[in-house]
Design a protein around this ligand. Structure first.
Ligand code: SF4
Ligand code: SF4
Length: 431
C-alpha cells in the first residue's frame, strides 16, 4: 500500500462524479480499521475487495494509472455491497458511500450496467411496468409454485425463495388504534416492494403510528424512492424519481415523511445531496430530507406505547442503511423494549450486511450468498426464533436464506412485531 498523494484527476476523468468526490480519498490514512467491518473482504479475503483496496483503485482511476475499461479493476467496485459498514468503522471520516456512488456513476457513463440491472432499474422507474411486475409476482406467490421451487438448489431457487418469504404477513388488524385528535401529521412512503409484496406491513405501520399519536395523511403521486438507481450509478433516474417524491410529499402537508424500509429512508435523507447541483430543487430536497424519519425514530419519540406480551426469542439484525447510512441505532431497540415477553438475544455482527444490498443479490449472487451464509450461521448460534429487521430487501434475503436452508428461525419486520404486541394487548376479540 502506497502513501496517499493529493488527488488530481487525469484529463480523461476531469469533470466526472469521481473527480468531484475525489477529495474524500485524501482522508484515508490506510490504517485498515475498516477491513474487519467489510463483509466482502471477510468473504473473499482479497485486499482489492476491501474498502481500503477499493479506495486505492479509485485513486488509480482518478490519476489515470488504471482504466475504467479494465474489468479486473471494475469488478471490485461491482462486488462492493454499498453497505457503508466501513464508513462507521473509519476513524478518519472517509465518505466511502459518496465515493462508491460517484465511482459507479462515472462507470455508468462509460459502460452499460449488466442486463439484469438495466431491466430491474427500468421496471422500478416506470410505474405501470412496476405495477404489472408486482401483480405478476403476487399472482405467482398465490399459486404456491414459488414455495415448491424454493426447495430446489439455491443457485436456481433463491429468487423464488425471496418471493415466498414475503408471504405470511397476512394477519388481519385485531385492534383499533387509539383515536388521534391532534398530533404530528405523517405521510408514509409506501415503497415499491413494501406496498407491492408486503402491504400488510404498511398497514401495520399505519396502525402502530396512529396508536402512538400520529395522524396519517395521504401522499398521492409518490414513486420509487430512487435508491436502487442512485446506488447503481444511474443518477439521472434517481433525480427524476426524487423530484416526483418531493412534490408529492410537499403537497401532502405532512410534518414528517416516514418509511419502514431503511434503504428508502436513507435516500430520502440524501435527496439534498442527490439534487445539490439543481438550483430549482436543492432547497425543496433539503426540506423533505430534514422531515424524513425511519418509523422507529417516530415510535421511539413517543416511548413507544407498550403493548401486550409476545413470547418469542428474537435477535435484531440492523439494516445497513439504518445503522451505517442513517446512523439510527437505538430507536429500533426502544421499539423491541416496548414489547413485553420478548427475550432479545445478541446477534454477533448484527451491524454487518446480510448480502441483500438492493439488487446486489441478483447481480452478484455468489458473493451475496457467501455473505448470507455467515449471517445465517450467526442467527443459528443466537438461538433466536425470530430475526427482526426493517428493510424489505434484508427481510427477503434473510427469509429466503432461512427458508431454503431449512433453518428454524424466521424473519419478521420490526413493525409487524409491535403490531402483534398491540393486538395481544387488545385481546383476541378486539377489532
Ligand atoms: S478505516 Fe478509513 S482511513 Fe483507515 S483504511 Fe479504512 S477508509 Fe482508510
Ligand atoms: S460499503 Fe460495505 S462492502 Fe463496500 S467496501 Fe464498505 S464495508 Fe465493504
Amino acid at each position: 500500500m502506497h502513501a496517499p498523494n493529493a488527488t488530481t484527476p487525469s484529463a480523461a476523468l476531469a469533470g466526472t462524479p469521481l473527480a468531484r468526490a475525489g477529495a474524500g480519498l485524501d482522508l484515508c490514512v490506510h490504517c485498515g480499521f475498516c477491513l474487519q467491518a467489510c463483509p466482502t473482504y471477510l468473504a473473499l479475503d482479497d485486499e482489492n475487495d476491501s474498502p481500503r483496496g477499493r479506495l486505492v483503485l479509485m485513486r488509480g482511476l482518478l490519476q489515470g494509472d488504471l482504466q475504467l475499461t479494465d474489468e479486473s479493476v471494475t469488478t471490485h467496485f461491482d462486488r462492493c455491497l454499498g453497505c457503508r459498514g466501513c464508513e462507521t468503522a473509519c476513524p478518519s471520516g472517509v465518505p466511502y458511500g459518496t465515493l462508491i456512488e460517484a465511482t459507479r456513476a462515472t462507470l455508468a457513463q462509460r459502460r452499460p450496467l449488466p442486463a439484469v440491472a438495466r431491466f430491474l432499474l427500468r421496471v422500478f422507474r416506470h410505474p405501470r411496468l412496476l405495477t404489472l411486475a408486482l401483480a405478476v409476482a403476487r399472482a405467482a406467490r398465490w399459486t404456491g409454485v414459488p414455495a415448491l421451487l424454493a426447495r430446489l438448489p439455491r443457485d436456481v431457487s433463491f429468487p423464488f425463495a425471496m418471493l415466498e418469504s414475503t408471504r405470511g404477513r397476512d394477519a388481519k388488524p385485531s385492534y383499533a388504534p387509539a383515536a388521534v385528535a391532534e398530533g404530528p401529521r405523517v405521510a408514509l412512503l409506501t415503497g415499491c416492494v413494501m406496498e407491492g409484496l408486503c402491504a400488510t406491513t404498511n398497514r401495520a405501520t399505519e396502525r402502530v403510528l396512529a396508536h402512538n399519536g400520529y395522524q396519517l395523511v395521504d401522499a398521492p403521486g409518490q414513486r420509487c424512492c430512487g435508491a436502487l438507481h442512485a446506488h447503481a450509478g444511474d443518477v439521472p433516474a434517481a433525480q427524476e424519481l426524487a423530484r416526483a417524491n418531493i412534490a408529492a410529499f410537499e403537497r401532502s402537508g405532512a410534518d414528517f415523511v416516514v418509511t419502514n424500509a431503511a434503504g428508502c429512508g436513507s435516500i430520502l435523507k440524501e435527496y439534498e445531496h442527490l439534487l445539490a447541483d439543481d438550483p430549482a430543487w436543492r432547497e425543496r430536497a433539503k426540506g423533505i430530507a430534514a422531515r424524513s424519519r425511519d418509523v422507529s425514530e417516530l415510535l421511539a419519540a413517543r416511548g413507544p406505547r407498550r403493548g401486550g406480551p409476545v413470547h418469542a426469542t428474537v435477535a435484531w439484525d440492523a439494516p445497513c442503511h439504518l445503522q451505517h447510512a442513517q446512523r439510527v441505532v437505538q430507536p429500533p431497540l426502544a421499539v423491541l423494549g416496548a414489547i413485553p415477553g420478548l427475550r432479545v438475544v445478541p446477534l454477533v455482527d448484527s451491524d454487518q450486511c446480510c448480502g441483500s444490498a438492493g439488487i446486489y443479490n441478483l447481480v452478484e449472487p455468489d458473493t451475496s450468498h457467501r455473505v448470507l451464509d455467515t449471517k445465517l450461521a450467526r442467527i443459528d448460534a443466537s438461538g433466536a426464533d425470530l430475526v427482526v429487521s426493517s428493510n424489505p430487501g434484508c427481510l427477503m434475503q434473510l427469509g429466503a436464506g432461512l427458508l431454503s436452508g431449512g433453518h428454524r428461525a424466521r424473519a419478521v419486520h420490526l413493525v409487524d412485531l409491535l403490531d402483534a404486541s398491540y393486538a395481544a394487548e387488545a385481546g383476541p376479540h378486539a377489532t
